[in-house]
Design a protein around this ligand. Structure first.
Ligand SMILES: Nc1ncnc2c1ncn2[C@@H]1O[C@H](COP(=O)(O)OS(=O)(=O)O)[C@@H](OP(=O)(O)O)[C@H]1O
Length: 204
């Protein structure tokens, strides 16, 4: 971690921190004042997105359905599959709350990051104690990409969208599998809403 000078904020992004058991204690040992930002989206869509990403690298993996269930007939979900495990946000949050107060965590809605990027980034700027510099003026909706993009990229005068690996088309998953996953996540999502005091609006 580089030295942080007066007036600077040092930021680091690692997607796996939130779900890594040892991460909270190690970060707290480094600095108890660290602010933590987690982007969360509907865990069912997250699992499908995760699978889509793996599939793009390893086209021979089994189907989403067969990885989801331990037993397809009983509908028992395989919670050891990382794509399922990562979406149990309440469980991961519990682990962080053993080391950090809730006020030091900010949960950003992945859905709102798409529908209202400036609003969600407004929350991030407030949380970090920054002036709201990034506003609606910085974004436009790119119809081809189907996502918001920056009107000007940092240090350039050209628009900038996220790359091809962000916003991939997801495979169609059988509605029954989606329903079973929704049933599985419902109690964890409700617990997560209660813990964060924030209703993320995921289909329950
Ligand atoms: N502006 C914009 N443009 C493109 N994509 C956007 C944007 N905002 C959020 N998203 C969503 O980001 C999802 C990919 O982010 P990840 O968290 O998987 O990225 S990372 O690999 O962990 O860095 C990606 O998920 P998929 O749609 O499943 O590909 C997007 O839905």
């Amino acid at each position: 971690m580089p030295k942080t000078l007066e007036g600077q904020i040092t930021m680091e992004k690692t997607p796996s921190y939130f779900v890594t058991r040892e991460a909270p204690a190690r970060i707290a040992a480094m600095s108890r004042k660290t602010k933590l930002i987690v982007v969360v989206r509907d865990p069912v869509t997250r699992a499908i997105s995760d699978y889509t990403q793996t599939l793009s690298k390893k086209p021979d993996i089994p189907s989403f359905e067969s990885l989801t269930f331990k037993n397809r007939t009983t509908g028992l979900i395989d919670t050891s599959w990382s794509a399922v495990q990562i979406g149990i946000y309440a469980k991961h949050l519990d682990n962080w709350l053993q080391h950090f107060p809730m006020e030091q965590l900010l949960f950003v809605s992945g859905e709102r990051l798409i529908s209202d990027p400036a609003g969600e980034l407004g929350r991030v700027q407030d949380f970090l104690g920054l002036k709201r510099i990034i506003t609606d003026k910085h974004f436009y909706f790119n119809q081809t990409k189907g996502f918001p993009c920056l009107k000007k990229a940092e240090g350039s005068s050209k628009p900038h969208c996220l790359g091809k690996t962000k916003g991939r088309t997801h495979p169609n998953i059988h509605p029954e599998v989606v329903r079973r996953l929704r049933d599985f996540y419902r109690p964890f999502n409700l617990k997560f809403y209660q813990m964060t005091g924030h209703h993320f609006g995921w289909q329950l």
